[in-house]
Design a binder for this molecule. Structure first.
Ligand SMILES: Nc1ncnc2c1ncn2[C@@H]1O[C@H](COP(=O)(O)OP(=O)(O)O)[C@@H](O)[C@H]1O
Ligand SMILES: O=C(CO)[C@@H](O)[C@H](O)COP(=O)(O)O
Length: 477
């Protein structure tokens, strides 16, 4: 049996899935938590990767591995391969002003044409601009800029600071893939090339950027690694190019035309695989590349599963009870509307916003109503994202609902009331890690594995227009 491993180094945790290349059968899995916060030392991801690999029973019998990861995070390296400062994550909004500056300097239409997207604070270029202005001595030392998955892939292949890696700080050995490169705001998905003028405008000087590999290209192989608390690896495992986590999920689901993936994890994302690139000048849709050689128009919200975490904590219940409470309230929650911008928001671009509860009356202010308003508010933001995808030409025929919160039966049922296209819930699984495993198998064998995905639920279509109408009315005010 040939085993391939996929890794999802996501915002909240690191997950490993080991599958049989021939059948796709899940053989082993593991996971480890990441630190909280929007600024994280990449070493914590490296240690979590070691724990997750150990939790999955190790890689001694694994033939190939690939890493998908949270997108956009700024990992800055000096000439010695040392991480200069903690990484700023996709959900860190301190660079909102820098994003506005870059748009003012180049124009939204030009940036959309050159990079597929109009940057918001999530994008790497804006974080580099923030670094240039807020920490100039750190910016001066930047010799290379990587994304979370690029840096982990580099470490897995034995590169890193001289003191902590067998092959040392060879910056030219950094690699990435099209999907993650397209979230930087200095890579052109249509041309398939970096735009160094935009990098220099952001950082203040040029730097080494990871070489962009094709979907099935191998990044090389692992070297033997062994140190307490860090990944333990045998030599010679084929390493795939890696991917942004959303592109990884599309690969893991085998998403095809008509499929729109709605992922409810730390971020909420709505995306589709398309044959043509997109360039939305309004900035709502990010024109990413995917991990199969195609494109991935995507809308992302900063607030998603943690809306439900916060509401469940407030009500003093677990996720299941939150769901039961929500289903006990009527669609529309008697007018109670949660605009759930707890962490600011990215879509719409309101980095300094906070959450607001509208429509509180003596009748509507119940535990059941609040639970439902939380789920409805979460899903309405994503349904707005679906409408934005339609505006760039995506024609959805079904929603594939994934991510931690998609496991909640109430979220599934209310999704069928909020989305006006049929909702399908794949078997609970780690589709980002699975997509990375597909990619590892592709790099190993030269053929893209097609493993198939089982469906767990197809909630009956139950569209209730009141939910989106009252949400939109509140948003308009
Ligand atoms: N049954 C559930 N109902 C609602 N939320 C859930 C449920 N199970 C997990 N979650 C939430 O899902 C999130 C994790 O989802 P995941 O897709 O793994 O996120 P990420 O990939 O961003 O780390 C957490 O915020 C967790 O509390
Ligand atoms: O910023 C984006 C996409 O543009 C996010 O989707 C990140 O990629 C984080 O993903 P999760 O950790 O929430 O899965």
């Amino acid at each position: 049996m040939t085993l391939v491993a996929g890794i999802d180094s996501s915002t909240q945790s690191c997950k490993v899935a080991i599958r049989d290349l021939a059948t796709g059968e899940l053989v082993r899995q593991g996971r480890a938590a990441h630190p909280s916060g929007t600024e994280v030392d990449p070493q914590a991801w490296w240690e979590a990767l070691g724990s997750a690999i150990a939790d999955a029973g190790g890689f001694d019998d694994v033939a190939a591995v690939s890493i998908a990861g949270q997108q956009h995070g700024m990992v800055v390296l000096d000439a010695a391969g040392e991480v200069i400062r903690p990484a700023l994550l996709w959900n860190d909004t301190r660079s909102a002003g820098a994003a506005a500056e870059l748009i003012a300097e180049f124009g939204a239409a030009a940036l959309a044409a050159r990079t597929g997207s109009v940057p918001v604070a999530s994008f790497t270029a804006t974080k580099l601009r923030w670094l240039r202005d807020a920490e100039p001595s750190a910016a001066d030392r930047v010799a290379a800029v990587a994304l979370p998955h690029d840096w982990l892939t580099w470490r897995l292949r034995g590169f890193g600071p001289a003191s902590a890696s067998p092959l040392g700080p060879v910056l030219d050995e950094l690699v990435t893939d099209r999907s993650d490169a397209s979230g930087t705001s200095y890579w052109n998905p249509t041309a398939g090339a970096y735009d160094h003028e935009l990098l220099v405008a952001a950082l203040g000087h040029d730097a080494v950027l990871p070489r962009v590999l094709g979907p099935a290209e191998s990044a090389g192989t692992t070297v033997a690694l062994s140190a307490p608390g860090l990944p333990t690896l045998p030599a010679g495992i084929v390493v795939g190019p890696g991917a942004g986590d959303n592109a990884g999920a599309a690969l893991g689901l085998g998403a095809t035309e008509g499929d729109v993936v709605v992922s409810i994890g730390t971020s909420g994302t709505v995306f589709a695989v398309t044959g043509e690139p997109s360039a939305d000048e309004s900035g709502t849709v990010a024109g990413f590349a995917d991990a199969s050689g195609a494109f991935l128009p995507l809308v992302a919200t900063l607030n998603a599963a943690r809306i439900l975490d916060a509401t469940a904590a407030l009500l003093g219940v677990d996720h299941d009870t939150l769901g039961s409470l929500a289903l006990a309230a009527a669609p529309g929650a008697d007018g109670l509307v949660l605009q759930p911008y707890f962490e600011g928001e990215r879509t719409p671009n309101l980095p300094d916003a906070t959450a607001t509860l509208f429509g509180m009356t003596l009748a509507s202010t119940t535990r059941e109503g609040l639970a439902r308003a939380a789920i409805e508010g979460l899903l309405c933001g994503l349904a707005d994202g679906l409408d934005a995808l339609r505006r760039v030409g995506v024609e959805p025929s079904r929603i594939l609902l994934i991510g931690g919160a998609a496991m909640n039966p109430a979220v599934q049922a209310i999704a069928a009331q909020v989305f006006d296209v049929p909702v399908t819930v794949p078997e609970p699984g780690e589709y980002v890690a699975d997509g990375a495993a597909v990619q590892a198998g592709w790099a190993f064998s030269g053929t893209r594995p097609t493993w198939g995905v089982s469906v767990a639920a197809s909630p009956a279509a139950d569209f209730r227009s009141v939910i989106r109408e009252q949400y939109a009315a509140r948003a308009a005010r």
